[in-house]
Design a protein around this ligand. Structure first.
Ligand SMILES: NC(=O)C1=CN([C@@H]2O[C@H](COP(=O)(O)OP(=O)(O)OC[C@H]3O[C@@H](n4cnc5c(N)ncnc54)[C@H](OP(=O)(O)O)[C@@H]3O)[C@@H](O)[C@H]2O)[C@H](O)CC1
Ligand code: K
Length: 495
């Protein structure tokens, strides 16, 4: 699991080590230099003979970059330093100059940017209070223009984070310098895992500088190994009821396919049994999945709303109330979210809402929180935490990176592996898959009662599985995603 920590927690953890004289900056800068050398090599260049531009801000981020420049200059690179702040990290500058680097006149930015094959972005890191002020904002804008104009795009190594991103909220409040590789010191920060900021980070590498953080992570990303830990593989004691029964209140004459796709997601996700409470489309679903059992009945999880128009949502009220009364998990997708506009003020965390940004804006507005779709997409971590707080439910904000928040614990940020997943019906498949995972542990969740972090963790696991199943180098249909879920789960469980 990738765990990202707030900048304040990182800075607090650094302090005693710095006071004890632990050479954190030396370790950090060596890591930056190592990544820079390797990236040059990847492009068929050697450090010797390469021209490298050090973008040195006025703080320790600049210090890291300057010491990295010293290492690279000693290895034969031609190193130019652009001092971008009123102040500079004096020892770092001294080290770089002693190693043969030279300070550029300020009006040489464009020329130097074009001449350098690699830039090291040490303008600002943990100490940035976004948005960027002038002259840094103008410098970053100019550098982005030069990068776009350069015949060969330079390699940009971001020290700790790309300068200008919202390091803790994942926002992009102003200009920011896109990176090829981000070298995160000690631990990732939230802006490296959550969009829109994460889109500017390039590949994230974490440099071990001997720092451990005791605080809980603010954002986390599950890997396949974590998913294997979360899933419960059936054994000889299992039967279809112990593996979890999912009740689907999905699909309608207007959107019959959603019933088929949620059924495919639930069956692919390993439900012991799938019940369908949508008589008007049952014949269609049975044609694809004869395994489906028709009608209501005892279940360990319910999935409601996919493909159900708002005009038809009253039929979902009974299964929703039953899930809440019997305290088993319920996924509220698409049309079912409209039920929450009046009533259901305080949902349990076993209610998992799966809005996209527009639906989330409507949900928040109904709770008196006026965030627009644009504001949600600009700072999704804040939006998904707010939604979990005002509803009490677990929130899955679907997007190219799914963001998942429960009543406590980290926000999970689960990126798509490829973007062909953005196709009609993919959300229906996700809802069914999530229902299967929740049903698999539904009894445990019910016994544990509300406020149980498990639904958010399972929703993150479902997102990882869905991204894995949807990973493709070309177009993929939602039905194909459903068909590939079993292999994605087997891959997580057995490598
Ligand atoms: N603590 C350590 O020794 C280690 C830290 N690591 C590296 O250091 C940075 C954190 O360094 P810090 O000095 O705290 O701050 P930064 O260098 O990240 O940023 C401060 C500079 O940024 C300017 N600033 C701040 N906000 C803005 C803004 N909105 N617009 C423009 N400029 C801004 C600030 O200027 P001021 O005039 O406001 O002072 C500073 O010039 C961390 O990220 C690591 O890279 C080591 O890795 C480990 C040891
Ligand atoms: K930086």
């Amino acid at each position: 699991m990738l765990r990202a920590y707030r900048s304040s927690d990182v800075a607090a953890a650094e302090r005693p080590l710095l006071e004890a004289g632990v050479p954190l900056m030396e370790r950090a800068s060596f890591a930056v230099a190592t990544v820079a050398a390797r990236e040059l090599k990847r492009r068929g260049h050697t450090v010797t003979g390469s021209r490298i531009l050090i973008l040195a801000g006025g703080g320790n981020n600049g210090g890291d970059a300057l010491y990295a420049g010293a290492v690279l200059a000693r290895r034969g690179a031609a190193v130019d330093i652009l001092r971008a702040g009123d102040t500079v990290h004096e020892e770092g500058l001294r080290a770089a100059l002693d190693a043969g680097a030279r300070v550029l006149p300020e009006d040489h930015v464009a020329t130097a940017a074009r001449a350098a094959g690699l830039w090291i972005d040490g303008l600002a890191g943990l100490g940035l209070r976004p948005p960027l002020r002038e002259p840094l904002a103008g410098l970053v804008t100019l550098l982005e223009q030069e990068r776009d104009a350069a015949p060969d795009e330079p390699i940009v190594i971001a020290v700790d984070c790309p300068t200008g991103i919202g390091i803790d909220d994942g926002g992009l409040p102003g200009p920011a310098l896109r990176a090829t590789v981000t070298v995160a010191m000690a631990v990732p920060k939230p802006g490296l895992l959550a969009p829109p900021a994460s889109r500017l980070c390039g590949r994230v590498e974490v440099a071990d500088i001997g720092l451990a953080i005791a605080e809980p992570p603010a954002v986390a990303t599950l890997t396949g190994a974590d998913v294997a830990d979360v899933l419960r593989e059936p054994d000889e004691s299992d039967h279809k009821y112990t593996r979890g029964v999912v009740l689907l209140g999905t699909g309608s004459p207007e959107y019959p396919g959603a019933a088929v796709l949620t059924a495919g997601g639930a069956l692919g996700g390993g439900a012991g049994m799938v019940r369908l409470d949508s008589p008007e489309v049952a014949h269609l679903v049975l044609r694809s999945y004869p395994e489906i059992v028709l009608g209501m009945g005892r279940a360990q999880a319910a999935v409601l709303g996919s493909g159900v128009p708002v005009s038809d949502i009253e039929r979902l009220r009974a299964p929703l109330d039953r899930a809440l009364d019997e305290q088993y998990p319920v996924v509220l997708d698409a049309g079912a979210l409209a039920l929450l506009k009046d009533g259901y003020a305080d949902l349990p965390s076993t209610a998992v809402l799966t809005p996209h940004a527009g639906e989330l804006a409507e949900l928040l507005a109904a709770r008196g929180e006026g965030l627009t779709r644009q504001e949600i997409e600009a700072a999704p971590i804040r939006a998904v935490r707010l939604a979990a707080t005002v509803t009490g439910a677990t929130i899955v904000l679907k997007g190219s990176t799914d963001l998942i928040a429960g009543p406590d614990g980290p926000v999970y940020a689960q990126p798509a592996r490829s973007h062909w997943r953005a196709t009609a019906g993919a959300g229906d498949v996700y809802a069914g898959l999530l229902g299967a995972l929740l049903a698999g542990v539904g009894e445990e969740i019910s016994r544990a009662g509300h406020g149980y972090g498990q639904p958010a963790l399972l929703a993150a696991a479902a997102s990882w599985i869905h991204a894995e199943a949807a990973h493709s180098n070309g177009p993929i249909r939602a039905g194909q995603i459903a068909d590939r879920i079993p292999a994605a789960i087997a891959g997580a469980l057995h490598g």
